[in-house]
Design a protein around this ligand. Structure first.
Ligand code: CAA
Length: 287
């Protein structure tokens, strides 16, 4: 039996809803928490659609899909999930928002619950400073989009994270069917330290007219076996997210090479954020 029976996920956006579905499919009870009712509705629709598709494709039986859906509770408040064994914060990528959530998590959940964050670049040590002595149970659990499909969980220890918290996190990631890999608490960890400058460089190649965006992607697809070209991937992740992560890398690591490409900045300023606004580098049909 898995050590963790239930998990609370704070935030019902793309990452949070993916984590909840993954947990439910792995047999855990998942509390999907968001203050926004429309966000919860959207998460539920995503869960229903993905499970229905798995049944259609005969990857899952109908009773198993129904049972997975029934394991997800949609909650408007953290208190509704206070008995959960584990918490993953997957809210907006803003330090102050996350710190406030960590303070609330500390007072809401039981003392044995691990307080994890799905942050993609914010320092775990900094976030953990919001909860004082409970910093030992704060850890980074960085999932990848789309969560149900991507195998990795990047596990990041803050300076005060205990060995026990780390060992339990590695085990939970395995219980979720993922492969955990540890990284240290430096801006962007490993994944975004390497991925985001690559994406940023693709914007420079486009801006300097080295090739058209579709050709940049085609070159990386066919020549490097990328599953998605870097510019398509940027739209998929969100150009605002890519921009914000580059700003964190730039600020924390201090190297000008991390400054976001002017063209990336301009698209974000224009509200062209990628898939979510139906237009980023590429266009994705009517809004
Ligand atoms: N949730 C659940 N299932 C999904 C899904 C989602 N969001 N998106 C696609 N799927 C399923 C599809 O239903 C389909 O299932 P069937 O085989 O049963 O039909 C299957 O996955 C394959 O989907 P597609 O045929 O539509 O597409 P594909 O084969 O091209 O794969 C992809 C899609 C997995 C997204 C692939 O293009 C890929 O691996 N892209 C790169 C993704 C990536 O790099 N992610 C990391 C981003 S960085 C990040 O997340 C961290 C950060 O901090 C920024």
């Amino acid at each position: 039996m898995p050590q963790v029976q239930s998990i609370a996920i704070i935030g019902a956006g793309t990452m949070g809803s993916g984590i909840a579905l993954t947990a439910a499919q792995a047999g855990l009870r998942a509390f999907q928490i968001d203050v926004s009712a429309p966000a919860l509705d959207k998460a539920k629709a995503y869960h229903q659609k993905t499970l229905a598709r798995a049944v259609e494709k005969q990857k899952m039986t109908e009773p198993d899909a129904a049972a997975a859906l029934a394991r997800i509770a949609y909650c408007g408040a953290m208190a509704d999930a206070k008995d959960a064994d584990w918490v993953v914060e997957a809210a907006t990528e803003r330090v102050e928002v996350k710190k406030q959530l960590f303070v609330a998590m500390q007072s809401t959940f039981k003392a044995s619950a691990v307080l994890a964050t799905n942050t993609s670049s914010i320092s775990i040590t900094d976030l953990a400073s919001a909860v004082g002595a409970d910093a030992s149970r704060v850890i980074g659990m960085h999932f990848f989009n789309p969560v149900p499909l991507m195998k990795l969980v990047e596990v990041i220890k803050g300076i005060a994270t205990s060995e026990e918290t780390t060992a339990r996190t590695m085990q939970l990631a395995k219980d979720l069917g993922k492969t955990p890999v540890a990284a240290n608490d430096r801006a962007g960890f490993v994944s975004n330290r390497v991925l985001m400058p690559l994406i940023n460089e693709a914007f420079y190649a486009w801006m300097e007219g080295v090739a058209k965006p579709e050709d940049i992607d085609q070159i990386m697809l066919l020549g490097c076996n990328f599953p998605m070209g870097p510019l398509r991937l940027a739209d998929f992740i969100g150009l605002d997210v890519c921009h914000d992560i580059m700003m964190v890398l730039h600020r924390e690591l201090g190297d000008p090479k991390f400054f976001p490409c002017p063209l990336l900045r301009q698209l974000v300023q224009a509200g062209r954020l990628g898939d979510k606004t139906k237009r980023g580098v590429f266009e994705y049909g009517a809004k």
